[in-house]
Design a protein around this ligand. Structure first.
Ligand code: SAM
Ligand code: SF4
Length: 361
């Protein structure tokens, strides 16, 4: 048996196995993607779940070194959608049978923000008769806030660990209390404990990252028993501190390929979780997200933020679809997903099977 076949047939994968798989090329890479696709079709099927992504505000209190909407970036125009604009986007997603929405923004912690989100969550329940899935991606918040939002109708939460290696995390963030690695980890634990379908993820191809870090990221997700993952290539932004290390990065194409391999390996390791095809993939390759579906992803997050605001939610350069209206994206996705042999699960929430298995243990 060849080395790739013996690795693919053994469980659980070790750190060395994962590093080997991250480096495969040619026929071996093809074998990796085929194996992931087989696992996907056996455990989660060919159905792709949509989450309408609403990036409702780029106001942020943090200063992550990689992010274009960090507080200190004065070259970005700040916006905050009104409640009625947000709810229009929710209606659009609901009427187009997206099944779920994601509310995402910069990190803000205040009683007024907590109340606003709770109010929106109740309205979303009203609009959809409680049928629409709701994911929040609003950063680190106190436990009571997570609980309040859960009670008001959110049931999934995405909080990327960004880099599971503490030292690497510290190189990507300022050294202060609000960017503390332990706090991030604790927030993720809290989300899981209070009862959310819990999602995390990392950026792939950041400065200072080693092969072993990426392998450890996947082991972290497995050991954490995570339900959902959204991970994507790091893409530099000129108005951020990390931009000065751009010459040390592997090429965008390599970051793209690494993301596909991370997706495939994770699908083999965690068969019944939801894995999102990262939007950042599309900034590198126009059919990047479809390629991720072929490598094992089963969730797509079409952007339903009103077009006029999208240009200002620039986390990185070349963000796709910033000048299109939401409907254009739906039409093009329908055709593209069909082309890779998958189908859109219209009107289905698409909760990760893993969550229910984990809850029943
Ligand atoms: N503020 C919340 C948080 O940080 O969890 C949610 C919004 S934040 C913009 C969502 C994700 O964008 C982050 O978790 C980070 O991984 C990603 N991101 C930020 N800057 C990026 C970049 N330059 N390249 C790729 N992804 C980036
Ligand atoms: Fe703010 Fe999130 Fe960007 Fe960090 S990644 S600066 S918390 S929006």
């Amino acid at each position: 048996m060849s080395q790739i076949d013996s690795i693919l047939h053994q469980a659980p994968l070790s750190r060395n196995d994962i590093v080997y798989l991250l480096k495969v090329e040619g026929q071996e890479k093809k074998r990796l993607f085929e194996a992931a696709r087989r696992v996907k079709s056996q455990y989660v099927g060919k159905r792709v779940y949509f989450r309408g992504l609403i990036e409702f505000s780029n106001i942020c209190s943090k200063n992550c070194y990689y992010c274009g909407i960090r507080r200190a970036n004065q070259n970005t125009e700040r916006y905050n959608l009104t409640d009625s604009e947000i709810l229009d986007a929710v209606r659009f997603a609901y009427e187009n049978q997206y099944g779920s929405v994601v509310l995402q923004s910069g990190e803000v912690s205040s009683p007024a923000f907590t109340r606003r989100i709770s109010g929106l969550l109740r309205k979303i329940q009203e609009i959809s008769g409680g049928t629409l899935g709701v994911t929040l991606s609003l950063g680190e918040q106190p436990e009571e806030v997570y609980r309040e939002w859960l009670e008001n109708g959110a049931h999934r939460y995405l909080l990327r660990i960004e880099a599971s290696n503490r030292q690497l995390y510290q190189k990507l963030h300022p050294q202060d209390q609000i960017h503390d690695y332990d706090n991030r980890l604790e927030s993720l634990r809290t989300l899981q404990r209070v009862g959310y379908q819990t999602g995390t993820g990392v950026m792939i191809g950041t400065p200072f990252q080693r092969w072993e870090d990426l392998a450890d990221d996947l082991l972290f997700m497995r050991d954490f028993d995570i339900d959902m993952v959204g991970m994507g290539p790091y893409i530099e932004h000129k108005d951020t501190p990390l931009y000065k290390y751009r010459d040390q990065l592997v090429s965008e194409q390599e970051r793209f390929q690494l993301t596909l391999k991370m997706t495939a390996i994770l699908r083999i390791m965690m068969k019944d979780i939801n894995i999102a095809a990262a939007t950042a993939l599309q900034a590198i390759d126009p059919v990047g997200r479809e390629k991720a579906l072929k490598a094992g992803a089963n969730v797509i997050m079409p952007n339903v933020t009103p077009g006029m605001y999208r240009n200002n939610y620039k986390l990185y350069e070349n963000k796709p679809c910033t000048d299109e209206q939401a409907a254009d994206c739906t039409n093009c996705l329908d055709v593209r997903i069909g082309m890779v042999g998958d189908e859109i699960a219209y009107g289905e929430r698409g909760d990760p099977k893993h969550f229910f298995v984990r809850k029943n243990q």
